[in-house]
Ligand binder design. Structure first.
Ligand code: G3I
Length: 367
């Protein structure tokens, strides 16, 4: 598998030009009839290439927009709830659990034979106000907070036992320099909360793969060094942890991460699974041919690094259409981060992913 992926990725860039020059079904004298129709979806091509291709799902759009819903169902083999499995949503009041929206997504995924990635159990954002205000006013002590965290993880992972394949157990606990981010969890419970969270998640569903997830982990550097050390330390303590989620939030205005393949390889060589969990490439608006091509290159770099890495299981994009994206709300004047435009038309990024998946699938078929 690794050999064919490597061949595919190296060949990818070289072959791209041909495919752009030649229409997909054009027969060049030398090309073998292709068993992999270029018309297949990213998910189908991912299947043939040995990886999941997924998307974050906006449940409001899924419920109210048939085109969006149909495309989520047809294009992807994996889904991640963009917001509805976060604590703020599933624990709106103390002692109250609300998995309705998350259950709906899981049922949708089952109906469409899609994998579900759970996101996220322990994060410093999108926490319910009863929890943050209780800690702030001291009505929730550190010991009580630890019990509340334990119960939250047992409740949520237990509720989705056997239905959620992977969990982002802890999200964004590191600073750029590799030190621990000063969050409510670190402040109240100390760094041990991370090992506890993984232990409780594994207890609740021993079959689920457990990930540490963070942004700016794409390249070799202080933060990715710390993330690798974090999971290695957990394992050396006997704590069950399976992998590292590399979010993959990029900007087309910046160079694509040059050492991402080397980074994923060292994580794989160390025995850890990897996933690109939240890939997107935002653009400083307006879009033009140059920044759309730079965007395509960003997506290609994320995909190829995964295809090249034995233990990388999939590429999930954090939204796929310009119609629904977190980017404009956070990065002023930026957007168009998805592989499809606001009318669900393919952008160069979509074609780039498709091309490299076709090559990966073809070379795998040749094995
Ligand atoms: O649900 C409320 C709604 O009731 C209210 O009317 C509306 C207006 O303010 O806000 C809605 O909540 C929003 C929520 O998304 C659901 O749509 C929050 O304001 C908004 O801040 C929240 O944004 C999410 C963000 O995480 C929060 O930090 C984004 O959709 C989501 O894409 C983003 O995802 C994160 C990953 O979880 C972790 N990695 C980074 C990534 C991007 O920030």
């Amino acid at each position: 598998m690794q050999v064919s992926r490597a061949v595919a990725a190296v060949a990818g860039a070289a072959a791209v030009l041909c495919l752009f020059v030649l229409p997909a079904d054009a027969e060049t004298p030398s090309a073998k009839p292709s068993p992999v129709p270029i018309t297949q979806t990213l998910g189908q091509l991912g299947d043939r290439a040995g990886i999941f291709v997924g998307t974050a799902v906006d449940m409001t759009a899924l419920d109210n927009e048939p085109t969006y819903r149909a495309r989520v169902a047809s294009e992807f083999t994996s889904v991640t709830p963009e917001n509805v499995m976060k604590w703020q949503q599933v624990g709106p009041a103390r002692g109250v659990l609300d998995f309705a929206a998350a259950d709906e997504l899981v049922s949708f995924a089952q109906a469409n034979h899609q994998r579900v990635r759970g996101h996220t159990l322990v994060w410093h954002n999108q926490l319910p106000s009863w929890l943050t205000s209780g800690v702030a006013d001291g009505s929730i002590t550190p010991d009580q907070l630890r019990d509340i965290l334990r119960q939250h993880i047992l409740d949520e992972v237990g509720h989705f036992k056997g239905k959620v394949a992977q969990w982002d157990v802890v999200n964004e606990a590191l600073n750029e320099d590799g030190t621990f981010r000063s969050t409510i969890w670190l402040q109240q419970l100390g760094p041990g909360y991370i090992a506890d969270a993984f232990t409780w998640a594994h207890q609740a569903d021993p079959g689920a793969k457990l990930f540490y997830n963070d942004f700016n982990l794409e390249s070799v550097g202080a933060k990715s060094d710390a993330a690798l050390k974090l999971v290695q330390d957990l394992r050396s303590q006997g704590v069950h942890v399976d992998g590292i989620g590399i979010q993959g939030h990029l900007g087309a205005q910046f160079p694509a991460p040059g050492t991402i393949q080397e980074n994923l390889k060292r994580m794989s060589d160390a025995g850890f699974l990897t996933e690109i969990t939240e890939g997107d490439v935002r653009i400083v608006l307006p879009t033009d041919a140059t920044n759309l091509e730079a965007q395509a290159e960003g997506y290609r770099v994320l995909l190829d690094a995964c295809l090249l890495t034995r233990r990388c299981g999939g590429l999930t994009v954090w939204g796929f259409t310009g119609l629904h994206s977190w980017v404009p709300g956070v990065f002023n004047g930026q957007g168009a981060a998805g592989v499809l435009d606001a009318n669900f038309n393919a952008k160069p990024a979509y074609n780039a992913l498709r091309t490299d998946l076709v090559l990966a699938a073809r070379s795998r078929d040749d094995d």
